[in-house]
Structures are given as structure tokens and as C-alpha cells.
Design a binder for this molecule. Sequence first.
Ligand SMILES: [Zn+2]
Length: 459
Amino acid sequence: MQEQAERIRAWIASYLTAWRAAWDAASESTRAHVHTFRAEDLRAPVQFRVTLCTDPKYPFCTTALTLARDPNTPDGEVTIEIEAPDTLAQRNEYRANMLVQYFESMRQNYAPGREFEPPLLNAGVRYRAANGSFWVLPDDVSRLPIEELIAHHFREQTPHVIQPQPTFKPRHLFDLRQTREEVTFATWLESPTNVRELLWELGIRAPCWYAISLPRSMVLPGASGDFDFVAGELEFLMTNDEWRARRTRIAATYPLAAHPSRIDQDTVDEAARDGCVGWPPDPSATLVGVEVKVSKYDGTSDHLGATHENEGERIVGQLKRLRQIGSVRAALLHLIVTNPRGGWGTADQDLARAYRKLESLMPLIKHDHFGYFSAVLASVAHQDERFAGSQTRLLADPSPPTLERTTDSDEPRKRLAEALGKLPRPRDVIQPIRVCADCKTLFRAFAPSADQCGCTRRG
Ligand SMILES: [Zn+2]
């Protein structure tokens, strides 16, 4: 421990000397953009506090480096403390908590025998706290090569180039007529965050499939129209040991301090690509559904149109259809699109105004059995909503309750599982399914807005 403290002390002294020499030698333009590892000026008298989080059971540590500037204290003074995670956690202090959190991430990603990545120049995160900022490193700071670090901080900046805007005419959702609901919904689903939030609110965990505009007649013979959105749970065909082995292998390709959720996500993605998702779906697996309504908000007149004010009964009827096929949670998703009439600033304003308008009119349905979701897509004039604009988060008020499966849903669920079973096994953790606009058959879509299976190209 004493040895480690001495090494860190020597490292900081060398770093400070090298930094000051590089500063003296740097041009004015470089000086303007210097990234110090503290991102602060090291010319004035400075002192360092170094806190190390270590556990003898593991061959790694985390470091917090705090810079103080007290003209009455000797320049370059270093205070070093080395503590165990448990002791640091007891301090209940922001910096200590960050250190412990980093250490915990590394512990989860560590497997004996894994290779350590070389110290990365940019590894580590800077935090601003009330009593000054500090830098957390997933490593011992003395492992950073000083020459590389200085060269990295004092590099010349490359000029920022503004990309020219595409010149095609944007296709705004506000201007669509017949297909507005389906296109708006599919556009909204293009954002993975939106898909995740929708599934989360419906209580569905990945792996799963979801279908957009599924013909009702496919599941309920004789019924007309479409189910706007139906999703069903799937399962991974893996044992816990297989799962752990896969995760350990993937964790070794990440920096040790990477957040464990990134590795979890990579592991499920890879497992799905490798065909580990159980298929066809089990008819008794959890099903959920959503009916979609789209309203237009015109910021010029502050008018929210087509709010389906007298449609409450009809929507509840549609939601009851979802119950007939065995959905245990169902909700109305109310999307609002705005009139494109300016840039980002206007879009942001219209977003807020549309939402206020919506709140004064809502909820569109009040029913004990169903939820009500809403979200706004605000457009900008120069590009359509696939590329630009503002969006709110999904708001669920109320969330749908979980209901018992209806007894008459056995047959519809079997029919649905059979129809899906004809498709190839999903290769995505969240698999979109659509009906082809040309040949009207179900297909596994690579993206929610893909509405052609490729049949016309083949023919
Ligand atoms: Zn087709």
C-alpha cells in the first residue's frame, strides 16, 4: 500500500511538471482547447486528493482525483487515502459513492483470467460537485502513460464541419391523410427508446415480438379492421450456465468499468442473433395490446384537432377486442403531431403547448380496465419526423391494470401463435412483425416502418 501511494505521488509530480512544460510550449490556438485530465487550469498552485477504492480479493481499483487550489498550501501537495468499498460506502458522500459504484461495475464484469485493457486516456468520468469537481478513473492513475496523456490533452483541434441539409421535400405526418395513424405510429416506433417505454408500460420484457396493424380476421374470424399493436412475450432457450458463459465472454471485450447494463444488452442481442429465442410463440404466453389515435396540433391557431371527442365508446370497443384475443393489459396510445412551421425552437414550444392543450381535454377514455398513454411528436419545417423534431416521453396516466385472461381467448391465441409460427425465428430481442402492403402476408420486419416484404422485387 505504501508502495502504491509513493508511485501515485511520483506520478502526479511528473504529470504536473510535464503539463506545465507543455503549456509553455503550446500555441495560442492549442491553449484555447487544452483538455487537461482535470479540465482545469494547472498553472496556479494546486493540491491533489487521491482516493483509492480497493479490495484485496480483486486485482483492480478505482481512483478519484480531486483538485484543490489553496494558495497557502504547498503547490503539488498530494493527500492519498486507500479504502475498502464497504468503508467508503459508509461515508455516504457523493465522490465516495461514485467510486464504490464504479468498483461494483468492475466487480460484476470481472472474471478470473480476463485480460486487462491498457489504461485508456479517456477512461474515467469527470463529476461536478458542490465542493469542486473530481475525476473518477477505473484504474490506478499511475498506470496512465504521462507522455500520451499530455499529447492527448494538447492536441490541435480539427475544425467542426456543418453537414449540408438534404434537399428532398420532407414528408410531414401533419400532412398525411388516410394512412396517418399507421405511419405516425410506425415513425414513432422507429425510436428504440419509444418501443422500450411502450413495452415497459405494458409490462412486457424482452425477448418479445410485436405486430403493427395486424388484421383482426386473422385471429377473430369474420372481424373487420386491424389491431394497431399487439405484443407477446417470448423466452430464451438457454440454461443459466450457458447464459453466464456468454456474458463472461462478452464482458471480456469491454473495459472493466463499463456499466453492466451495456454488457447485459449485448448479451441478449447476441443470443437473439444466434437463434436462442424460443419459437414459435407459446399460445399461453402473455399478450398485450394498444389502440392508436393520432391528433393534429396547429401551433399557428393553438388548435388541437380531431380529438375524437365522441369516440370514447368506439375506442373502448376496440380495446375490448384486444381482450377477446387474450391481452392481459391494453391501453389507448394517443399521439399528437404538430404543424411544421419553423425550426427546433418553435418545435419545442409547440410541443409544450400541444401537451397543455391535451391535458385540458384528457383523458379521452375513462375505463377501469384500460390504460391511457400519450406522446407528442413536434416537427420542424426542414426535415420530416424520421430525421428531426422534438418528442415528449411516453406518458402513462393511468397505467393499464393487469386483467385475468378471458376464457374464450384460447382459440384466438392458438390461431395467433400458429400464424406467427409460420415466420422464421426472430433474430432481434424485440422483433417487429408487419403485414406486407403488397401481398398482405405477415413478415418479419427489419424495422417497424418497413411495410413491404420484398415480394414485388422478387416477382
Ligand atoms: Zn409481400
